[in-house]
Design a protein around this ligand. Structure first.
Ligand SMILES: [Zn+2]
Ligand SMILES: [Zn+2]
Length: 236
């Protein structure tokens, strides 16, 4: 079985971890696949994929992006090009598919993130052509949101995936997706076939302590211009 964390931020958006730190942490956890999903940006993901290949680390990288849509956050996986923010969720999902990627409704029912105008798409998760719903988001605030997402997807209409939503290296692996095989191509197949299982990580407390520390040290620009908030996404 493969182990993937499909939702990770780096310093290319509002995370505190460099691409190198994320890769090292992923290797130490035995993850074979990670998706780098910075807010409205794919540069870090592209760099991570190149580094992972040239270092031959045993972990492979999916180029992803967490796009701030007019209807909430949407993650695109297996992207070729950056998708600009503030399109409708529907247009964003269409663009992800046009690039041959997969669309994930991340933290669809997060109450906390919604306060910061960083919420998910809610019930659009099954009205639009999403390929997956994030039923496990590893953020310390997402306990209730995860329960609501799991309930919403009870009939398994969509593939239920897990990701850490890590904004620090320590938090990588706090949410994972288990799938048959190893590597990005098998993740793609498994999501298409709904053959995935979402799981939470173990050291949630340590991850939370690190999160607060990194935030207090000013290493994260959470909810700021690079944080994917609806009111101030980065538009280049
Ligand atoms: Zn988000
Ligand atoms: Zn995120």
């Amino acid at each position: 079985m493969g182990l993937a964390d499909l939702h990770i931020h780096t310093i290319y958006s509002d995370g505190s971890a460099t691409v190198e730190e994320v890769l090292r942490k992923a290797v130490s956890l035995g993850l074979d696949t990670i998706a780098i999903t910075d807010h409205n940006e794919i540069e870090g993901a592209v760099k991570a994929r190149e580094l992972a290949l040239s270092w031959n680390l045993g972990v492979e990288v999916i180029v992803g992006e967490e796009i701030t849509t007019a209807d909430g956050h949407v993650v695109g996986l297996f992207l070729k090009d950056r998708i600009r923010p503030l399109l409708s969720a529907e247009a964003t999902v269409d663009e992800i598919h046009r690039q041959g990627g997969l669309a994930v409704a991340v933290h669809p029912f997060s109450l906390w993130l919604k306060l910061f105008r960083c919420g998910g798409v809610g019930k659009l998760a099954d009205r639009l052509q999403f390929d997956a719903i994030e039923t496990i988001n590893g953020s310390p605030t997402e306990g209730l949101g995860n329960i609501l997402a799991g309930r919403f997807n009870r009939g398994k209409k969509l593939a239920g995936v897990g990701g850490s939503d890590a904004h620090t290296a320590e938090a990588v692996g706090q949410g994972v997706t288990i799938f048959p095989g190893r590597g990005p191509a098998m993740v793609f197949e498994a999501i298409r076939n709904k053959a995935v299982i979402a799981k939470t990580g173990r050291s949630a407390l340590r991850a939370m302590v690190d999160f607060v520390y990194q935030h207090l040290m000013g290493r994260m620009a959470l909810y700021g211009p690079k944080g994917g908030g609806l009111d101030q996404p980065v538009i280049n």
